[in-house]
Write a protein that binds this ligand. Structure first.
Ligand code: GTP
Ligand code: MG
Length: 361
């Protein structure tokens, strides 16, 4: 290639020219013409990365909603864990605990919300506390109020979506994650837990936890975890994060670690104690303080980080793209079969949906 040919190379690239006689390689850069400079400004740097700033600004302005539900047998520490979550590092900075009184037995579905603000990002975190089951002699269909609640939230969202004058931002009360409490028996999953989780796993992302893990030794804990994982698989129970929704290899590596560690062995408390001059959330026992947020003591911090830090957006995406979508398709197919209007929601027990006023919340 001679220097004249070189000047006709379409773009301003660095070109290597071999000088055969001296066997030296030289780098020649052709100066840009004015026209080329304009072109380069137009096409060289597109500036797609700026979209991240735009998305960030929009999210910061709008804020977002995240809803977690706690489910399990009565007395396993669900309400206590809700308090632990709100008093833990997630929200300690941004909100004052709103109730100090003794936790009593939960008899209605109730939700606690806090607006958490960090570096200009606002999140409305809602935890739905549910009454524990297992107190009745007959616990048949004890999952029904929970299944009903989850479906009611999908129904509300669907109705808003189908509205002719629908809101720009539909209020999102859908359950993004369900923490399922397993008693620390050290044995296998109980039939009631298998049945409950099997049903729930089809409509919501379940994160199973071993409740009151302070009652197990470390060896018992490890063995119990392993048994539960085997049991979950043997019974075809889908828990979060599901393998088939891993998006890429990076996702798989991260999620495999979580899957190996599930169910998290948690301890809950709403009391603070002084340890080495620091205030820590913990349970005081005769032989010392179990620090709830200390990963050497229990896995509450892993649970909190999974829900609130590392997988929050993924939980929202799975809820919207998988669980809500399944519900939406089913409901729209039903209404197509019945005519145009959305037919009343039929509950699991065959009865029709209640009006909002009659509903639990
Ligand atoms: N040892 C131990 N006790 C706990 C733990 N978490 C809660 N408790 C205690 O267990 C009892 C029941 O706790 P709750 O939080 O009311 O249990 P719940 O699951 O909400 O019960 P229901 O509302 O009846 O469903 C309380 O006395 C708590 O102090 C824990 O991690 N370890
Ligand atoms: Mg309770």
């Amino acid at each position: 290639m001679n220097i004249n040919q070189l000047l006709h190379v379409p773009y301003n690239v660095l070109i290597l020219i071999g000088q055969c006689d001296s066997a030296i390689l030289r780098v020649v850069a052709r100066p840009k013409s004015q026209h080329e400079k304009v072109l380069s400004n137009l096409f060289g740097y597109v500036g797609i990365e700026a979209v991240l700033d735009q998305m960030r600004r929009k999210t910061m302005k709008a804020g977002f909603e995240f809803n977690i539900m706690v489910v399990g047998q009565s007395g396993l520490g669900k309400s206590t864990l809700v308090n632990t979550l709100f008093k833990s590092k997630v929200s300690r900075k941004s909100c004052t605990p709103n109730y100090e009184e003794q936790i009593s037995k939960t008899v209605h579905l109730q939700s606690v919300s806090h607006i958490i603000e960090e570096k200009g990002v606002k999140m409305k975190l809602t935890v739905i506390d549910t009454p524990g089951f297992g107190d009745q002699i007959n616990n048949e269909n004890c999952w029904e109020p929970i299944v009903q609640y989850v479906n009611e939230q999908y129904e509300k969202y669907l109705k808003e979506e189908l509205n002719v004058n629908r809101k720009k931002r539909i209020p999102d009360s859908r359950v993004h994650g369900c923490v399922y409490f397993l008693p620390a028996t050290g044995h296998w999953l109980r039939p009631i837990d298998v049945e409950f989780m099997r049903r729930l796993g089809k409509i919501v992302s379940i994160v199973p936890v071993i409740a009151k893990a302070d009652t197990l030794t470390l060896e018992e804990r490890l063995e119990f975890k392993q048994r539960i994982r085997q049991d979950l698989q043997a019974n075809g129970i889908r828990v979060y994060p599901q393998k088939e929704y891993d998006e890429d290899a990076e996702d798989r590596i991260l999620n495999d670690k979580i899957r190996e560690n599930i169910p998290f062995a948690v301890v809950g408390t709403d009391k603070e104690h002084q340890v080495n001059g620091n205030k820590v959330l913990g349970r005081k026992t005769k032989w010392g303080i179990i620090e709830v947020e200390n990963v050497a003591h229990c896995e509450f911090a892993h649970l909190r980080d999974l829900l609130i830090r590392s997988h929050l957006q993924d939980l929202k995406d799975v809820t919207h793209n998988i669980h809500y979508e399944t519900y939406r398709v089913k409901r729209l197919n039903e209404s197509n079969a019945n005519g145009l209007a959305l037919s009343p929601l039929t509950l699991e027990n065959g009865t029709l949906e209640k009006s909002d006023a009659e509903s639990h919340l």
